[in-house]
Design a protein around this ligand. Sequence first.
Ligand code: TXA
Ligand code: MG
Length: 348
Amino acid sequence: MKTEFLKITGNAEEDREIILSAAKVIKNGGLVAIPTETVYGLAGSALIRESAPKIFAAKGRPSDNPLIVHIAEPSDAERLAYTTPLYYSLAEKFMPGPLTMILKKKDIVPSTVTGGLDTVAIRCPAHPIAHELIKVSGHPIAAPSANRSGIPSPTRAEHVLEDMDGRIEMIIDGGECDIGLESTVIKLEENGCIILRPGAVTAEMLSEVCESVTISKAVIEPAIAAEIKAESPGMKYRHYAPSAEVILIDADDNTFEDYVRRNSDGKYGVLTSDDDAQKFSGAVVLSLGKKGDAREASKRLFNLLRQADEIHLEKVYAQLPEQDGEYLAYNNRLIRAAGCKIIKLGKK
Ligand code: TXA
Ligand code: MG
């Protein structure tokens, strides 16, 4: 199949044409990759039974790993799922935005979308292109990240083209994604929630609305993530990994620097800040931005992991930041990129 690659220009008329032709693809049961504020999504109708299997096939993703359904307004969830008062309290604060809530599904959502589960993941994206496409097509949109399964999610349209050229009808290029890591996924309970996948909406932010916020063990304990049957099925697969080996070190700055220097063979890169870049003279520096800037590091991570492969690095060394709220999502992705292996050295 020929994949159309269409660039958003900022010219209202031209962009409208792009949305209209993308909406046509969706209504005909086809697939369009779209920008969202988190990562690029691989969009198909969440109401047409045949669309989800096409998404799984294009990604090479196991079909028991359910898809997120994207809606234009929080109240659009009524058609798809059984909402609760807590859903609306959270929606008021975090929708549109990078938060996905798991609710009990209604029959209208095909089981192909939810991997056979009786729940459905609902998200209301803030990106104008995603929002417009849902509105104009009149279909809620099932969309996983638009990468081939297992490798880093795409934060730029060129990444999608690398992975999906010839596999889907259309790619819309809306520039680089703002956040760079996927949405926070939560399961709702009576007055609280459980974080199944950390993202830009942090536990601290959620606790402004929820009486209790629990972080699923699979999120923070990598050994458990690798072994247990995770509540969020996506968490059980090796994920976000480039071909280069990611070597993740839990140590203070000096010990990390020392370790990298002692192991500096082959063509290797280091994920580090601009502030520390000059310490790693023999390495390709993969810059995370300013030291301690969790947002910038999150925005850059997937792009840097893809760059590592483009320039054929054999190894990428990375230091594990403190497990504080802001770095939780970054750490979670980095740990999975390293195949859940952490080398602990000395004290921090
Ligand atoms: O930011 C995002 O969420 C992006 C953009 C495109 O919206 N989408 C995304 O989708 O990351 P995906 O399919 O790559 O990840 C969805 C995650 C998976 O870990 C999946 O297992 C979990 O959400 N999930 C989906 N439906 C679920 C359900 N009913 N119960 C538990 N987990 C669910
Ligand atoms: Mg994904």
